[in-house]
Design a protein around this ligand. Structure first.
Ligand SMILES: [Zn+2]
Length: 326
């Protein structure tokens, strides 16, 4: 079992280098769910801490599902620039009003992440009310994913991989390469406590609007910096698994992070805070059920089969992500 886990880990690391990037990258998504656990009150920690590895590992399930289900893609982003200028008042923030104005098909085309966060919060609240261990854990892990995605500036912009501005690769650069190089050694993830969110819909939109506002800097700073680096300074070549791959050099990565003045660390920290606060809010809204008993439960055979199926679909479908690639 341990050996399989290790093999999977290595496989994921290798995939990170070969495939187009994932939202926040597998690395950051897993860290975000992991650190969010430590912000919870003791009544929740009893369940979440004993399942911290599950919550971390399954933080990336929604990305894996993007290879199997076409409905999955729109849940991870919103191309809010499609709706005009900041603060995008032409787009109703309430789902029903937005559907009425733009139709479900159109909303799906340009992404639905803030609304999907609300749906997932409702599911988590229901799971707490049912005291359903498996649902609580699976929904928590996945809710964490969508919340984290909404904190990524390029998840709110149609130029999501710099494809319109000759900056292809910037998506993975911001959310994978920079955190993978710097998070472990330099960034601080000790954050206060989860807080109750009175208006989750408004909260999700605030994060999306912040992301949207930051996307100009994300794109422009990379462009400015590119002028100061020759191509062989901007990229480096590394051998991975017998293949030579090109990636952003350490010098370029560090210079970009400095130019953004800590933005990526701030967004990652806020993601952690938001994930914990949404988990906490669902639990409070469900009437703060006692979770002690649940902490002794394990996933059943049906759950194990479901996880295995997802991995098979993901592995066999790898490289054929449905909908928009990142
Ligand atoms: Zn995602």
């Amino acid at each position: 079992m341990k050996k399989n886990g290790r093999a999977l880990f290595i496989f994921i690391i290798l995939l990170c280098f070969y495939l187009p990037s994932y939202c926040w990258g597998f690395y950051a998504h897993q860290k975000i769910n992991y650190f969010a656990v430590f912000l919870l009150p003791p009544e929740m920690m009893v369940l979440y801490k004993s399942n911290i590895n599950f919550l971390s590992e399954h933080a990336v399930d929604p990305d894996k599902r993007r290879y199997a289900i076409k409905e999955e893609g729109p849940r991870h982003f919103i191309d809010i620039d499609h709706y005009g200028q900041y603060p995008y008042d032409s787009l109703p923030k309430k789902w029903n009003a937005a559907v009425e104005k733009f139709s479900i098909d159109s909303l799906n085309t340009y992404g639905i992440v803030p609304w999907h966060i609300e749906i997932m919060l409702g599911r988590l609240t229901a799971a707490f009310k049912e005291k359903n261990f498996s649902k609580i854990m699976k929904t928590s892990a996945e809710l964490g994913h969508y919340i984290a995605d909404s904190h990524v500036p390029l998840h709110t912009n149609s130029n999501h991989n710099g494809q319109y501005t000759n900056q292809k690769g910037i998506h993975g650069f911001w959310e994978s390469r920079v955190p993978e190089l710097l998070a472990e050694k330099q960034w601080d993830f000790m954050i206060g406590k989860a807080t109750y969110i009175k208006n989750p819909g408004a909260y999700a939109w605030d994060r999306v609007l912040e992301s949207a506002r930051a996307s100009d800097s994300v794109l422009n700073f990379e462009k400015e910096l590119t002028k100061q680096f020759s191509a062989d300074q901007k990229y480096s070549f590394e051998e991975r698994n017998g293949k030579v791959i090109r990636q952003y050099s350490s010098a370029f990565t560090i210079a970009y992070n400095n130019k953004l003045d800590g933005m990526i660390e701030r967004r990652m920290r806020l993601s952690i805070q938001s994930v914990a606060s949404f988990w906490y809010t669902a639990w409070v809204n469900a009437g703060q059920p006692d979770l002690k008993e649940l902490s002794k439960q394990k996933f059943n055979e049906a759950d194990a089969k479901e996880f295995e199926k997802l991995n098979i679909e993901w592995n066999t479908g790898a490289g054929k992500m449905m909908g928009k690639e990142e």
